[in-house]
Every structure is written in structure tokens, then in C-alpha cells.
Design a protein around this ligand. Structure first.
Ligand code: AMP
Length: 544
């Protein structure tokens, strides 16, 4: 039987379409940035469009072609926003790098991606100096700075972003791209081994942006003022730079200042209505509000994700400040949105306590994402709110393969998230655990294997395991559990000193516990789940 095709236009879903929409419909809507240079920068989507086209011309003049990777090491600013649209819009691939990684890892990622240009904020000049000699694919280094405020660099000759775009025309025809062409690349360290690249397509990003705007997701409209605290190097700031253009919201970028006071100033000064970030950020904001007796006059909602939202945090923001913390779950491999927590009509009549309990779960799937819980044998488990197993997902904005990896991570066409949880009959997901062996501290991954390898290289250590221990401020911190060689008795401090210079400082374990033996499974692997059960609360107990 032949297919009867629909007869609608075949317009590709591409990033440049989002920009065109914003320019046509929201030209005078503002984009505000606290610049790295210190001052507040303010312009409109129309102004942004002009500079984005200048940048696209500049990239073409640098020889950047469709599919070429263009990297950023940058905060949330208007210049980073311009890169989002110019690089992807012209058909190249925007590769946002996490500057919190150790320079060795940054260099590894740059080489793996074969980035041709690196745009960096002045803050990250030391990283540029550290990686320059190890990154032969980079042809141009561009500092996201005014020409007279260039950072000092020892190892590279960089040009200022303003000089880079200055002489280029602000006219540019966006090419008609295949919507399945790559648009952006983001590496995740949330897996074992080297970081893995997730290559988003124009189509996946645009569909995700539609999904993210839904009333039961970010639910923004053209009256909203949105401040993404979540960095633009973390899964595209959860897509908020794209959401901004689609919905015509005023965007407020916080630059490098993410402390409670600086965020508070922007919330109030720019009349922000919605914000988004990891729980650690909201803990800092709360501390500032409490210590300084401040109130929030315009903020209505904050999306919290990346780690589980502590119940007390949600309660205090609601009761004392009238701000609803909305719990969302997702991952780099999912662009990132998987679930978002909003109530259903049937919840509206519930008591405040009962509604609070619903709000604590990770929320319901956004249309575009399907979820299932499977048991050890891969069999689907009932959606009854208690059958707990591995969470698998699929959808048009879920990864099917990692960049430059031949093998597919999929199981029967579904992506195994490495998260464990249950789903109830109303579709609400609750994450209870994680099978992947990584630690998430303040929204950033720490690789337990790297830590174990360094510990094991210490001459007194026979075996070591690093686990995620619960932490009040950072959600999780690394805890090292060590079995010593016979006759050895180094101090904790000696073991920790061994990490200096080998990993980023914030990866250093918070504590070291010495044990007589580590629990081993049938295949000789350390049973981390047993260690987590036994020592997972160690840091909380220590803190009292
Ligand atoms: P990333 O790829 O860095 O965005 O990290 C994704 C992972 O963070 C997920 O697989 C979860 O393990 C964790 N995660 C994200 N959001 C939440 C949440 N709301 N609650 C619990 N864990 C979360």
C-alpha cells in the first residue's frame, strides 16, 4: 500500500528560524547582561540579530564551514548568546566547554571535538594558557572582551571579540540547512571513562525548545523575564537561550557573578519572574535573603534540576518568599528536559502538605519524552508509584549515539539513563538512586574512577573506592574509602596531599576512611552500593 502524504510545507526546523522569529516579533525586547568587565549591558533582540550576522560573516571569513566545531569557554552573557545563534545558524557546530573541568580534560575535549576556534571569557585566560600547546586544531583564539580590556595571555595571541566582528557586514543570508544537521555539541562527564560528546541537531534543539516552552514545562510567555543561572556550558542552559527567542521573553544573563547578593540584585533590578538553576545556587540565594532580611518582589518561579531538590529548600522559598521551586529532571543526553513538575487539576483541592508531596517528585514527562522503568531483565515494570528499577527513555531529543563512538548506548531502542526510580499512575517520576558510578557536586560531575586511580597510585594504598556521600550544601561530595597495604599507616592528610595538581582542586575527596577490607562482588569488583549504604551519610553525620 502506498502512503498518502500530507501536503504541508517542508520547512526545516533550524536555529536561525528562532532568531528570525524573535527579530520579527520581539525586536525591542531586551537582553540584559552583567558583563565580565563589570558593567550592565543592555540591548534588544534586534541589536543582537545585527551582531549575530556580523559574527556569522566573521566566522565565514575565518574559513569556518558547515559542520566545523567552534568552541566556547564562557559564562552566560550576550556575546555567548550571539555565538549560540551565529555558529549554529551558519551551519557550524557550537561546542560549549565546561570551564570547571581540569585543563587536561578541557584539552582532551577540544582535541576530540577538533575545535577550530575557541572563544573564551577573560576569566578563563589561565585555562587557555594551560591548554594552548596541547590543542593543535585551534586556529583562532578569540577573547570575549572589549578591545581595551583584553586579558593577559602568555601562550597564545588572541584577538578581542569586538575586533573580530567589527568590520563585517550585518547582512547575512542564513543557509537552508538539513534540519538533521548537527548544531551544538556538549560533553558529559556523567559517565565512566572519558567525557562523551552529545551532538544535538537543529531539529532536536527546536523540538526541545517547543517542549520546554509548554505550560507544563518552563511555561514562559512574552510577559516573562527569565534569568538562567544554569550555565550556557551545561546543556545549553537547559535551552533557555532558545526559549527566550521562541517565547519573546526578556533574558537576563548573570555573567560570572553567581553569588547570592549579585543574583538578588539582578532579580530585583531587572524584575525577573522566572529563574533556573541547580539546588546549590538556590541554597546560596536563600542564605543571602535570610542573612540580609530581604524579600523577592517579582520572582514567581524557579526551576530546580540537575540534582534532587531538598524538600526544606522548596518549603522555605514557598512559605517565606512566595516563590515556587519547580522540580525538573533531565540530562545532557536529553537536551536536557525529561520531566517537569506541575500539578494536575486533581491536585488543586489537596491540602498544602499533600500538594507539597506531589511537587517534590521529579515531575511528569514533557511531550517528546517517553519513559519506562525496567527490572534486571529489561522487563517493563508497572507504573504504580512503587515498582523501582532502571529508568529508560526515548524521544526525538534523546541521544542515539555519542560523538565519534561506533557502539550505540541504546537498549531495545531506549536510552538507559543510569538513574533508578519509579513512576506513578499519573506519570510522576521519582528518582531514588543512580547506577552510574559518578558523583554530582553542586551540579557538576566528579569522576570516581579518576579519584580511585590516583589513590591507588599511592604506595601505601592496596585498594580504594570513591563514593558519593550526601552533603548539605553540594548535594554530594566524594568520600574516599581506602584499604591499606600491610604495615602501612599514612595519615588522611598524606593521602589527600597525593591528589594535589593531579585533578581539579574541588574534586579532592572531603574525607578519607580507612577500612580493613572493601566489599567485593562475584567478579571481583568493589560493591559501591554497599559502601554507599554504609558510608553515604558519613559527611552529614560529621557535620552534625
Ligand atoms: P547532566 O547530564 O549533567 O545534566 O546530569 C544528568 C543527571 O543528573 C541525571 O541522570 C541524574 O542523575 C541527575 N539529575 C538531574 N536532575 C535531577 C533531579 N531533578 N533529581 C535527581 N537527580 C537529577
Amino acid at each position: 500500500m502506498s502512503t498518502l502524504y500530507g501536503q504541508m510545507m517542508d520547512m526545516p526546523l533550524v536555529i536561525s528560524g528562532l532568531l528570525r522569529h524573535a527579530e520579527n516579533n520581539h525586536s525591542d525586547t531586551e537582553i540584559v547582561t552583567r558583563r565580565i568587565e563589570g558593567d550592565i549591558h543592555r540591548y534588544t533582540y534586534a541589536d543582537a540579530g545585527q551582531r549575530i550576522r556580523k559574527l556569522a560573516n566573521a566566522l565565514e571569513a575565518s574559513g569556518i564551514k558547515q559542520g566545523d566545531r567552534t568552541a566556547t569557554l564562557a559564562w552566560n552573557t550576550y556575546r555567548h548568546f550571539e555565538l549560540y545563534y551565529a555558529v549554529s545558524g551558519m551551519g557550524a557546530v557550537l561546542h560549549t566547554i565546561n570551564p570547571r573541568l581540569h585543563p587536561e580534560q578541557v584539552a582532551w575535549i577540544v582535541n576530540h571535538a577538533e575545535d577550530r576556534i575557541l572563544f573564551f571569557d577573560a576569566t578563563f585566560a589561565p585555562i587557555v594558557d594551560a591548554i594552548a600547546e596541547h590543542c593543535p586544531t585551534i586556529e583562532h583564539w578569540v577573547a570575549l572582551s572589549d578591545a581595551d580590556k583584553m586579558p593577559e595571555l602568555k601562550k597564545v595571541k588572541a584577538i578581542s571579540y569586538e575586533d573580530y566582528i567589527r568590520d563585517h557586514a550585518d547582512q547575512y543570508e542564513w543557509p537552508t540547512l538539513d534540519e538533521n544537521a548537527a548544531a551544538a555539541l556538549c560533553y558529559t562527564s556523567g559517565t565512566t571513562g572519558n567525557p562523551k560528546g552529545v551532538l544535538y541537531s537543529h531539529r532536536s534543539l527546536v523540538l526541545h525548545t517547543y517542549g520546554a516552552c509548554l505550560p507544563d514545562a518552563f511555561g514562559v510567555d512574552a510577559t516573562d523575564i527569565v534569568l538562567p543561572v544554569v550555565p550556557m556550558f551545561h546543556v545549553n542552559a537547559w535551552s533557555l537561550p532558545y526559549v527566550g527567542a521562541l517565547a519573546g521573553v526578556k533574558l537576563v544573563f548573570p555573567g560570572a557573578k553567581l553569588d547570592g547578593e549579585s543574583l538578588y540584585e539582578l532579580f530585583e533590578g531587572e524584575k525577573v519572574t522566572i529563574s533556573a538553576g541547580v539546588p546549590t545556587v538556590w541554597l546560596l540565594v536563600l542564605q543571602f535573603l535570610q542573612q540580609n532580611n530581604k524579600k523577592l518582589s517579582t520572582l514567581k518561579r524557579m526551576t530546580v534540576g540537575g540534582s534532587a531538590c531538598p524538600p526544606a529548600l522548596m518549603k522555605t522559598f514557598k512559605q517565606d518568599y512566595g516563590v515556587q521551586l519547580e522540580h525538573a529532571w533531565g540530562m545532557t543526553e536529553m537536551s536536557p528536559l525529561g520531566t517537569y513538575n506541575h500539578p494536575k487539576a486533581k491536585h488543586l483541592g489537596l491540602s498544602e502538605e499533600e500538594r507539597f508531596n506531589v511537587a517534590l517528585s521529579q515531575g511528569r514527562a514533557v511531550f517528546g519524552v517517553e519513559m519506562k522503568i525496567v527490572d534486571d531483565k529489561g522487563q517493563r515494570m508497572p507504573q504504580d508509584g512503587k515498582s523501582t528499577g532502571d529508568l529508560h527513555v526515548r524521544g526525538p531529543w534523546v541521544v542515539k549515539q555519542y560523538f565519534k563512538k561506533d557502539e550505540s548506548p541504546l537498549v531495545d531502542g531506549w536510552f538507559p539513563t543510569g538513574d533508578v526510580g519509579h513512576i506513578d499512575a499519573d506519570g510522576y517520576l521519582t528518582i531514588t538512586d543512580r547506577t552510574k558510578d559518578v558523583i554530582k557536586s553542586g551540579g557538576e560531575w566528579i569522576g570516581s574512577i579518576d579519584i580511585e586511580n590516583i589513590a591507588m597510585a599511592h604506595p601505601a594504598v592496596a585498594m580504594a573506592a570513591c563514593i558519593a556521600a550526601k552533603h548539605e550544601k553540594w548535594d554530594e561530595r566524594p568520600l574516599l574509602i581506602v584499604q591499606l597495604k600491610e604495615g602501612q599507616s599514612p595519615s588522611k592528610e598524606e593521602i589527600l596531599a597525593h591528589f594535589e595538581g593531579k585533578i581539579a582542586k574541588w574534586w579532592t575527596p572531603d574525607d578519607v576512611l580507612f577500612v580493613d577490607g572493601l566489599p567485593l562482588g562475584a567478579t571481583g569488583k568493589v560493591q559501591k552500593n554497599k559502601l554507599r549504604d554504609e558510608y553515604g551519610d558519613h559527611l552529614m553525620k560529621q557535620a552534625g
